[in-house]
Each structure stands twice: as C-alpha cells, then as structure tokens.
Design a protein around this ligand. Sequence first.
Ligand SMILES: [Zn+2]
Length: 671
Amino acid sequence: MVFAGTLATAAFAQAPGQPSTAAADDAVDAAVQPGDDFFGYANGAWLKSALIPADKGRWGAGSEIAEKTKGQVAALLDDAGAEPPGSDARKVADFRAAYLNEAAIDARGLAPLKAPLHRIDLIRDRRDLERFLGSELRADVDPMNMGVYDSSHVLGLAVQAGAHGEKNYVAYLLQGGLGLPDREQYLSAEPKARAARLEYESAIGRVLGLLAAEGARVPMASADRSAAVMALETEIARSHATPEASADEHSADTLWTRADFARDAPGIDWATVFEAGGLARQQKFVAWQPAALKGLARLVATESLETWKDYLRVRLIFRYADVLPAALGLRSAASQPGGRKQVALDATQAAMGDALGRMYVGRHFPPEYKARVQVIAANVIAAFTRRVESAAWMSPSTKAVALAKLKVLYFGVGYPDRWQDYSDLAVDAGDAIGNVQRVAQLDYRRALARLGRPVDRTEWPIAPQWPGAVLTFNQNAYSFAAALLQPPKFDPSASDAANYGAIGAIVGHEVSHFVDTLGANYDAEGALHRWWSDEDMALYRSATEPLVSQFSGYLPLPGVTVDGKISLTENLADLGGLVAAFDAYRGTLGDKVRDKEYVRRQDRQFFIGFARSWRTKYRDDDAVKKQAASDHAPERYRISTVRNMDAWYEAFDVKPGQLLYLEPGARVRIW
Ligand SMILES: [Zn+2]
C-alpha cells in the first residue's frame, strides 16, 4: 500500500547556482574500460575522492543529498527569524525558536499544562473519562501514506483515501497510548525489555511525584500508583497489534459501523467519545486494529478511575517532555541524537512542513526546474507506456489494467499545486507547548474538515524539503520532493541527455512499480484488488528468469553472490526505467538524430548520468554482503544493467571479451 523511501543518489558537493560537473566525460576514470566496469568508469573521480563518514557503513546516494538538504533547511530557518511577524516564515522560525528557548521553558515549568491537568482532575465518572478521551483525539496517525500506526493518545484519527477505490475520504481509527515503543516492550521477557520497563516505571513514579510536589490534586505518589499505571499501560499494550500486523495493508478492510463498535468493543459509550471528538455525524470508521479498540473499551469499563487519571497525567507530561525543563529529569531533548537542535528541527518540520517547504522551493527549486522535470517525467511515462503496450509476455487482460493505471497516474514533481494554510495558526516564540498544542488542533480540524469530501489525489503526503519520494498505490500517485531533485539526480545545469539518464531513469523505475508485482495488488481505481492472475505470475517468472540469472551471476566478494531472486523486482524496475528513459531522451533529439557523432556523445552522457545517479561506496565487506542479500543489489550491479541495451555497446565501443559484454541474444529485454 505504501512505498516510502529515500531514493539513493549521490552528488558532488556543490554550492547552489554554481556550474556543475557539467560535461559528463570530465570525471570518468580513463584507466577503466567502460566495457569492463561501467560503474567504476563513470564514477571514477567520485569514487577516488568521496569519504565515508566514520559512523556510516556506506555513503553516496541519499545520504549525501540528505546531508546537503539539512544544511539548506537550517540556513532557511536561520534567515526566517528576520521575517515580519505573522508571516508563515516567521511562524516557522518562532516555532523552532520556542523549542530552543530553554530559558523560557525552564521559567514556565509545568504551568502551560495546568489547564489539561485540571481537566483530568475534574474526571468524576466513566462518562467524564469517555468525554476526555474523545476530546483528546488527534490526527497524529497516517496509515495510508507514511505508515504511522500508533497515536500518542489512546486513539488516533486519520482521514485519508480508502483502500477500496472510495471516491471520498475515509475515517480511520488507530491504536495508541503507549509510552514505550510497542507492545513487545511491555510483554517481552528479554533482559533489555525488562530493563526498559523498570526504567520507564521509575520515570512514571518521578512524574507522579513531580505533580504532587507542584500541588496538582494527586495524593503523594507511591510505588503502588506507578505500578498501577504501568499495569494499565501493559493491558493496553496487550490488546495492541504488533508493528508487523499494523503494517498489513488488509488492516484497511475492517469497516465498523456504530453498531459494530457497540457489539464488538463494549465497555465504552462510543457515541460519547465520538461526540467529544467532533465526530458526532460520522457513522463508519476503519478499525485498523480492532483488538486494540476492544481492549481499550474493556479497560475503560473495568480499570479504576484513579488509575486512568494517573495514566492520563503521566501521558500528558511525557508527551511534552522535549519542551519541559530538563531539571524535571524527564527524557530530555539534549540527550537525543543530534541534541536539542535536531529535535527542534524535526518538530518544526513535522509541525509546519508545508510552510517550510514553500520557503525551501522559493530558494532552491524554482518553477523552471519543476517544469523541466515535469516534461522529462511525462515523456518517460509515455515511453514506458509504449513499452508495456508492446510487452509480449503480458496477457492482454492484464495489460489493459496496467495501461489504465498508467493513464490515471498522478506524478507530482517538487511541490504540490496547493499549500497548507497556516493563517489561523498562532505561534509564540516563548510558548513551545502552546505551539505544539495549537498545531495538533489545527491538524485535527483539517482532518475533520475532509470527512465526506472527495479524495484529492494531488495532495502530497510529504513536504518538499524531505529528500525522498512517496508512492501511494491506493491513490495511484507518486510525489518526488524538491529536495530529492538535486545533482546528480537532477542537475539543472546538465544536458537533457544526462538528466534523462539520471532522473528520467528513476522516474521510469518508480512508474514501472505501478504495474509490476508491487503494484499488482491495487487496480486503476486504487482498490486493493489483485489484478495479476496466477497465469500472469507464471508468464512473469519465465520472462524474468534471465534477469534473475544475470544478477545471481555477480560476485561482489569471493564466494558471495548477489541474490537475483530477492532483488528481481528492483532490477526489473531499473531495466524498465532505463529503457523508457532512453526512448524518451532519444525522442527529444529531433532532427539531430541524423548526426551520428552528436548522438553518440549524447548517448554517452545519458549512460554516464545514469551511473552517477546511483554512486555509492561501502566501508567494508560486511556492508557489501548485507547489500548483496537485500532487495536492492549493490549499485555497481544495478548500473551494470546497461549491458542489456544495444545503444550502450555502440556509445562506448564495448567489444566481445570485455567483462560486461553480452551477445545480442543474451541481452535481457522484458519491458
Ligand atoms: Zn524500486
């Protein structure tokens, strides 16, 4: 259902606006024969000069673009502090500033949480508890796009596209409420999990003691009270789905009416919960983890009210631990990877991703870049569509669905057509907790406003400054964020040929996933419905067998082979993407196609652009071994797929006897 990832490429470090590595042939390793080792030839200069950071097992690709983007985003935020108050840019800067303002955080202590703590004090019966739980519903889960399956509250709401071709948005209800990462941490007998539990329980005790000391209406904390909270959380955890079960796309199949809630999850008056959550009119929800809803309902009915109230107090405090005084001894932002600065940056990106994204593209991804990549993408998708039309191995009925999918595909480039609106969000540089609360409320109002509305397939699940791409099969949509579209994946100063070889081949790769074994579970309406038959699978297996053998024949280390079976899907996508990008690029040559020498030079740029977009270095044999056994073969071999294309032989004079040479009949052609 979801395929999210950072597409790997690598870049020569290069300041924005400077001319790039330009002529594709500049940085090749002339001592290497392209026909023996195309990856080493094309990436020669980079392989010699790039350094793997001491804490990394591999380097190249996404890591480099991600690193560069980090610096770009930090600079944007630093500059935004000077923007006029009230502007989105200033709000973004103030949001981060509040996170970093330790003096203000220390001075205010627990004061910003007085109101919610008071609301918990006022809970006197089950109905009050249900009302409180409903009022705490937030849209902090994302099952259909980014795979967030657990809320920080006992329940999380998502209003997203359905998995069954629904025209309108669907309401999803998901589990939540744990302070430790997942159910295993509460139930496992492993020493590590036991130790984590002990530490967590003592932290619970500290929080309860803290509240007592602050004069909140909590009797003196005792070990019994923290044990009771721990026991309640453990029961909640016991009802939870495992992360693996939550990630199953068929979790979207359980649609509950109000009557189903009453019958299958008794103990809670669900109408009260939904009404308090602004969902009075919503009749149906996807129960993503039905056992968790059932477990929660039972616990609301049976667990002591005082324990529930302690639990809610503890959860409240932990939720804001990053923006509470370090002296309280909670998990502190400073102790997390990257320190307070990184925590502040991550929180800001999560809170106001689109506002920051708008600033990002304003500086780093102008409309002309977007237009250029859109043209490349459109041409590659058209070329890939022609490849599918003429694929001999695919049965006509399956091909019809594949073509229908390619026709409706939404392919987003750089940034969305419409931005999120932050005009009614107040951000105060001295009120970190208030900012976080207001953002969560804004997100929730947005989610509620989508109920009953038609699905907007052009809406983006990621922000433009996130250096990655997200494919959503249930929306037949793909978004390539602006931050991903940097050299050498997309190099605005490079030739079309080089860019078709780089970003064009990546577009082709990703688009091919919509109609391959990955996309086979979702049809053109975005419905979770298998449109490949067993017969299609048999045809596919025999058509792809030569590609499996080709990759299984690669030996990255003595005695270590690439797993051609596991990596087949990705290797096929590489090959399909490359041939489609090549067709598309040749289509741009026009009359110049008659100039043989010109075409040959351009072809070389195309293939070198391809090889450079995947350059990667490994620290040691273990890192290589790990990659060889994974679904993405080591980049060197992914690039070697050029040996299946006749044009590559002509462009680089590859001759029989060279290591990558294949007889024309042995070159694999699938799409
Ligand atoms: Zn892929």
